[in-house]
Structure formats: C-alpha cells, structure tokens
Design a protein around this ligand. Structure first.
Ligand SMILES: Cc1cc2nc3c(=O)[nH]c(=O)nc-3n(C[C@H](O)[C@H](O)[C@H](O)COP(=O)(O)OP(=O)(O)OC[C@H]3O[C@@H](n4cnc5c(N)ncnc54)[C@H](O)[C@@H]3O)c2cc1C
Length: 418
C-alpha cells in the first residue's frame, strides 16, 4: 500500500496532523494500534480528569462547545471528545494496526504493521511521549511483601493491598494519586524531588487561563537558554477535580500525607530519601511566586487590575522539622510502592539511525534527523505547551508546512525526470 504520509498514532496529535494534511490535500493514513484515543482508554486511572479546562483543548478545526468551558474532562469525556474529532475531520484512521517497524526505503520509508506494509514519502511520529512509565533502577529488589505498581497499572485505591503506600514522585501524577489513596484511608508517604507548585485558581481565574493569556505557554523552543532542561521540567502539581481542590504539598499534608525527600536508594529493605526536601520546597515556592509576579505585571499592563481580585500570595510549603530520611519497606507497614516518576516514549520499532547516545530521538523542534521524518507531542517540542492537547494546533500547522515543503522538494526531481 502506498501513501505520501504515514502518521503513527491516533491520539490528539496524530489527528491534528491529519487535519493539517487534509487542509493541504496531502494523501495520508493514520495507523493506530488500538482505538482512537488509545492512551486515554488504556493507560490512565479511573478518576483522572484533565488538568486543563475544557476550553483549553483547541484542536485545528475543533473546539469545546459545551456549557462548562471551565470544567475538567473525565476520561470518558476525553475519549468521546477525541473520537468526535476523528469523525468530524474524517481522519483516515486504520485502527488495530500496530506499526512494528519503520525503515528507510527508496524515496521514503517502509512501514511494517500488523496489517500489512506501507510505503510512504514521509512519516509523522505521533505515537505519544508517555508510552512507558520511567521507573528508576534500584540496587536491590523490593521486599516480597511490597507490590510495585506504575501509573499505567494503577486504576483505583480498591486494587491496592490494605496497608501503607509509598508514592514516589510529586508531579501531577504523584500528587493526584497520593491525594486519592490517602482519602481512601491508607497511610501514604510521598517522596518529593523537584516539583512545580502552582495554585489551581489565581485572582479569580484558572491558572491555565493566566498562563495562556499571558503567553507563558507560548514560549518557543528558540527562546529558552537551556532547551534540554526545559524539556525535562516536571508537570505542574495540579488536578482537575470537580471540587477544584488543590493538590500541592500543603493540601496533602493537610489530609495526613507524610512527605519525604527524593528517593535516593534502597538498602537492606529500607527506602532512603535525600535530605533536600526543605530546599526543594523552598525553590518551588520561589518559582511559583516568580510566575505569579509575572502574571501580575502582565495583568497590570493589560489594565486588568480593576477587573480581577488583587494579587495574593500563598503560605509557604510546610515541611516538618525532621523529615524522614528512611522508610522500612520490609516490616509490613508499606504494602505498595507506586512509581509516579515520569514517562518516556517507546520507539523500539523505529529502525533508523536517529537516536543520540542516551537513546533520545535527534530532532530540531520536531524535524527529525532523517528526511521526511517528523515528531509531535513531545515536551517543549516547539513551545512550552507542545505536550498539551492545546499545543498541537500550532505545532502541526508549522510542521505540516515543513512536511509539505519536503514533499514538494523531493517531488521535483521526479517531475523533472518525467
Ligand atoms: C497522566 C497524564 C495526564 C495528562 N493530562 C493532560 C491534561 O490534563 N491536559 C493536556 O492537555 N494534556 C495532558 N497530558 C499530556 C498529553 O495530552 C497526553 O500525553 C496525550 O495523550 C499525548 O497525545 P499524543 O497524541 O501526543 O499521544 P497519545 O495520546 O499517547 O497517542 C499516541 C497514539 O499512538 C498509538 N501508538 C503508539 N505506538 C504505536 C505503534 N507502534 N503503532 C501504532 N500506534 C501506536 C497509541 O496507541 C496512541 O493512541 C497528560 C498526560 C498524562 C500521561
């Protein structure tokens, strides 16, 4: 089978690219190993809601039209939204078609799948940035009494053994799971490394509204000093709960979660934590206040001060006098370790020399180091918002233009020869 462009993945990014290519009448197909929105169907926990408000999932040619723009989508609503998008744009999706290899071939790529082979002149990798949970390698196995779980495996507190839980990682996933599990009645210890604290609401509006309006999310890849660092910044400590409750560290200690420092190792059945918790929390408070300062400056410049409540500042993160430096995992008190330590993409099927020494894809803002190969959906790919649903509109517009240029340039010699 032949087409000009193969898009791998029918999440929002692959669908948005499909729409961009259709706008340019570029022949393409979207290959999806599961159903549309597969990641949201199969890799998320039951209670998850988007932490971005409904209005903030603007896709090319498609936006929220319901009566709750400031609400947060549940998983079924997210799946329905993306399924609706695929239908509305008539995306040529082939479901249950897993890409098993992508190789160079004459004038483009050979894409092997579980349902036959495709030849294309370009390939767009929209296969997601969170395919695999990142779990740190431990120097020794966890004690037999402790069940190890990743967020991809976790669905709800009811699946956990009775007893204590150590949640490792305090970004969006870790704080949400610590909150939910603690509320189910279990003792929870949260190992906290670098984290980004922001309030859910600020001066009467959602923090995402402020970051969007003030251009914080539009910061471009070529406008940051250290792009590698920008691409590894953790997700915000936010949740989209219907009651709007915060999930920052103060909220968690308020319901009885115990905080420890970053998990530094495991020895003789004991989890060892770094002593940096206080510093990490202070740094996070400082950065939050800097963000709020910049929002206040922007609000004043826009003449909004009379329209919204005055600036506010939040209580510093409370850290107990001597946070625990170790936790006995072998005594039976802790029955589950939940690894909220991040995610990474899976390109094991990409048989091309496009990886650096650390196994990361070599690309310039989504233009991969191989002719006609493109990447979507990665953190800070082209902008701060690139990994958000809302980031796909701008990124796909620009990368589709690049891709069209590639098709045009590589078609010319053929036409000339003809
Ligand atoms: C827990 C969590 C919460 C998030 N919350 C938000 C939020 O509130 N708001 C927000 O804007 N963003 C959020 N994100 C970020 C982001 O929107 C999601 O990661 C989103 O799923 C990424 O979209 P995508 O289209 O790039 O990838 P995905 O949605 O992961 O889609 C990739 C698709 O590719 C398919 N695929 C992968 N490999 C292959 C293959 N070899 N062959 C065929 N198909 C393949 C997968 O099945 C999948 O359907 C969240 C992410 C996570 C992990």
């Amino acid at each position: 089978m032949r087409t000009d462009v193969v898009i791998v993945g029918a999440g929002h990014a692959g669908l948005a690219m499909s729409r961009r290519l259709a706008e340019r009448s570029i022949d393409h197909v979207v290959l999806e190993r599961g159903e549309v929105a597969n990641s949201w169907r199969s890799e998320r926990w039951d209670s998850l809601r988007l932490l971005t408000p409904n209005w903030q999932s603007r896709l090319p040619g498609y936006a929220y039209e319901g009566d709750d723009p400031d609400g947060y989508r549940t998983m079924p609503e997210t799946i329905a939204f993306l399924q609706g998008y695929a239908g509305a744009i008539g995306a040529p999706v082939r479901t249950h078609t897993a890409v098993t290899s992508v190789r160079r071939a004459e004038a483009g790529y050979k894409v092997s799948t579980t349902r036959g082979e495709w030849r294309s002149r370009a390939v767009v990798l929209a296969s997601g940035a969170c395919n695999l949970p990142s779990v740190p390698r431990l120097p020794e196995p966890l004690p037999d009494t402790v069940h190890s779980l990743t967020p991809h495996e976790y669905r709800s507190p009811s699946q956990l053994e009775a007893g204590g839980v150590l949640v490792v990682g305090a970004s969006a996933t870790g704080v949400q799971l610590a909150d939910e599990i603690r509320r189910s009645g279990r003792p929870v210890t949260l190992a906290v490394g670098e984290h980004i604290r922001v309030p859910r609401r600020y001066r009467g509006r959602d923090i995402q509204w402020w970051m969007d309006a003030a251009g914080v999310l539009d910061l471009r890849h070529d406008g940051v000093d250290d792009l590698g660092r920008a691409r590894s910044v953790p997700s915000l400590q936010l949740a989209g709960y219907a009651d709007g409750r915060p999930v920052d560290l103060n909220a968690l200690t308020g319901i009885g979660v115990r905080l420890a420092g970053r998990l530094a190792g495991l020895r003789n059945g004991k989890a060892l934590f770094s002593g940096s918790l206080r510093n990490q929390a202070a740094l996070s408070d400082l950065k939050m206040n800097r963000l709020l300062d910049s929002i206040d400056t922007w609000a004043s410049a826009q003449g909004l001060d009379g329209e919204v409540p005055p600036p506010e500042r939040f209580a510093p993160t409370r850290i107990e006098a001597s946070p625990p430096l170790s936790l006995d995992l072998s005594g039976g008190g802790i029955r589950t370790v939940l690894w909220a330590t991040g995610f990474r993409p899976d390109y094991s099927w990409l048989e091309l020399p496009v990886f650096d020494r650390k196994g990361r894809l070599r690309h310039d803002a989504g233009v991969v180091d191989a002719p006609g190969l493109y990447l979507l959906g990665a953190p800070f790919l082209r902008r701060r918002k690139s990994a958000l649903i809302d980031g796909a509109a701008d990124d796909t517009r620009e990368l589709a233009a690049h891709l069209a240029g590639h098709l045009e340039a590589t078609a010319r010699p053929l036409r000339a020869a003809a």
